[in-house]
Design a binder for this molecule. Structure first.
Ligand code: NDP
Ligand code: MG
Length: 387
């Protein structure tokens, strides 16, 4: 029996993870669930899964959460709150697996904590890899933590690289696939609304990542994520648009052989793979009906309409704090777009402006990562307020 702590349990990945876990009650124990502000959702999950600990990231909501749990007769569940408690939970000896499914750089501290404590990390929170970069990878190496990428592309690459020697990896190329998002065929992006942007054609996800998929920032973040996770430089990572989301990504070896990982677009598959690894769980995955699929197509990404993909390559190549700045600017701009304070194309504009104005040396500690992230957020808010 393994104890699972889910950071971001009330989100899209959190929900898919709980769905997977509910199929294996004899193998996995839901030990702790965390949320930010959606306490009613969290309480519902507590009722269903009876964890030992429930955490709200918002310290001011601790007594409210305790009262809501007590109302439902769930007094025995321990109530924790705040960033420090998230960090403490990630390192708790009873926790075997930390599912990191918080959205945005808010996931950094718990991810580092689980990494330092040598846990198995089921890592969905790509922003912590983008910002933590070399430091996170070094922490994982030193502690002996196991990192299983949940992001479907990286889960695919992990599988495609499984039998490669170091020499083979050093000459291989990663080919990340992208659905292209809802605006693949829309030429004029000026009037795009939040409702248009979150309507993803193939994947059902949280709001922020849905907007990131519409701008191709998501693929940009994934390029940076792939570079750190697998140790590939920017010039050996390609992106191709593949609207059917059947192939989750590929690795091309020096001899021309290409390994691709395929499956239905359902996050439960990479989650189950990461939970079960090195075994494979069975039971519930959707099957692909190849005969009904018809054609599978590919095209080049349009970086004129979606410049954030090129900004990510640029950030990766320039090093320093560029990836942290790009990520923070994007998070703040997406938030402003969802609140209808700026337009869709202003998201890229904010990223460009911040990358041009805020240049800092590479961080040497988690604290320096968090400082750079904080500064970039403040500056992006200022820029947006000036517009
Ligand atoms: P959601 O928005 O659906 O869920 C986010 C979760 O994080 C919620 O539980 C939310 O709590 C919590 N949260 C939000 N803000 C904070 C904060 N400041 N501190 C602590 N917790 C917080 O996101 P997704 O599930 O879509 O995505 C989660 C991560 O996984 C992202 O990094 C995303 O890029 C990545 N990912 C997602 C995929 C998907 O299919 N959805 C695919 C691949 C990667 P509350 O509900 O209380 O607000
Ligand atoms: Mg992905």
């Amino acid at each position: 029996m393994q104890n699972i702590a889910i950071f971001g349990a009330t989100g899209s990945i959190g929900g898919s993870t709980l769905d997977v876990l509910s199929h294996y009650p004899d193998r996995y124990n839901v030990f702790a669930l965390t949320a930010n502000s959606r306490l009613d959702e969290l309480v519902k999950l507590c009722e269903q899964f009876k964890p030992r600990i429930a955490v709200t990231a918002d310290e001011t909501k601790k007594s409210e959460l305790a009262a809501k749990l007590a109302e439902r007769g769930l007094k025995s569940i321990e109530v924790w709150a705040g960033q420090d408690d998230l960090v403490k939970l990630a390192a708790l000896p009873e926790v075997d697996v930390a599912v990191l499914a918080i959205v945005g750089a808010a996931g950094l501290a718990p991810t580092f904590s689980a990494a330092r404590a040598g846990k198995r990390l089921l890592l969905a929170n790509k922003e912590s890899v983008v910002c933590g970069g070399a430091l996170l990878m070094q922490t994982i190496r030193e502690s002996g933590a196991e990192l299983l990428p949940v992001d479907s592309e990286h889960n695919a690459i992990f599988q495609c690289l499984a039998s490669a020697s170091d020499a083979q990896r050093s000459k291989a190329r990663i080919i990340l696939t992208a659905s292209g998002g809802p605006f693949r065929k829309r030429m004029d992006l000026s009037g795009v609304t939040p409702e248009d942007a979150v309507a993803h054609p193939t994947w059902n996800m949280g709001q922020k990542i849905s907007v990131d998929s519409a701008t191709l920032m998501n693929k940009g973040l994934e390029v940076i994520e792939a570079s750190w996770l697998f140790g590939f430089p920017a010039d050996r990572i390609d992106v191709v648009i593949h609207p059917q989301s059947l192939i989750h990504s590929m690795v091309e070896y020096a001899d021309g052989c290409i390994l691709a990982q395929m499956g239905a677009p359902d996050m439960r598959t990479p989650i189950a793979y990461s939970l079960g690894w090195p075994e494979r769980l069975d039971g519930f995955a959707k099957r692909v009906d190849f005969a009904a699929l018809g054609s599978v197509t590919f095209e080049a990404p349009d970086t004129k309409r979606f410049p954030q993909l090129s900004y990510a390559y640029e950030a990766l190549r320039s090093g320093g704090c560029a990836s942290i700045v790009l990520n923070a600017a994007n998070e703040i701009a997406v938030e402003a777009f969802l609140a209808r304070r700026i337009g869709f194309t202003d998201i890229a504009r904010a990223c460009r402006e911040m990358m041009d104005t805020l240049v800092m040396p590479a961080p040497r500690s988690l604290e320096e990562v968090l400082d750079a992230d904080h500064l970039a957020r403040v500056k992006t808010r200022e820029v947006i307020a000036r517009w």
